[in-house]
Design a protein. Sequence first.
Length: 246
Amino acid sequence: MKRLYMFACALSVGLGGLTVPTLANSVRYAAPPPVILSPDRIDPWVLQLRPGHVRPHVQDHRPRASRRALRLNNRSGNRSLGRTEQLSAIKAKPRVPQMDPRFLPTVIDYDGPHKAGTIIVNTNERYLYLIEKDGTARRYGVGVGRPGFEWAGKHKVTRKAEWPSWRPPAEMRARQPGLPAFMEGGPRNPLGARALYLGSTLYRIHGSNEPWSIGQAVSSGCIRMRNQDVKDLYERVRVGTRVIVI
């Protein structure tokens, strides 16, 4: 009986040292961890509920390419432009022809027979020379008459005009029916900013609103210059100046 009693005591002590899980300590039924929200996510919305606060800017997390496409759509009246269309629009932009830099004005040495103040136009070289007193000449690039409209001769400047008007002759209007009978002077006028009239002919040394044509044979016989070059020449010569076209 005494042995049985001691065995029961030992058994109760051993069982007392064991840990028996309860429902309260179970992982399955334990209280969930607290939810933590990033301030940069919730502040914009919380501030909207507070009076007197301006609605903050919410950062756009979309890819940059998507945001740019959206701006393009908005500018074009919600018209969707694909990458191919955008490239085509860029390529379709017309290029403005450039003047050959060889025909930009410069000063050269001159030891020829002509007196200072004389204008010489070399139609083959596409240059106009204004002879100076110090053994030099101012050289300008010019456009000349196209094939069939070449000419040569000696004349004097009989008139000077700023922003001259233009009356295309009947022969020219017959060749080009779209030409007006009269055009006021101005930037769109083919005679450009200045004109020097030669003798009693229909020919002039004049400016041009097509500067890329300088150095070319494209006119109906007139000598054309860039507007800035004909302005410079205009200030250097007077009525009565001798002009030699070769």
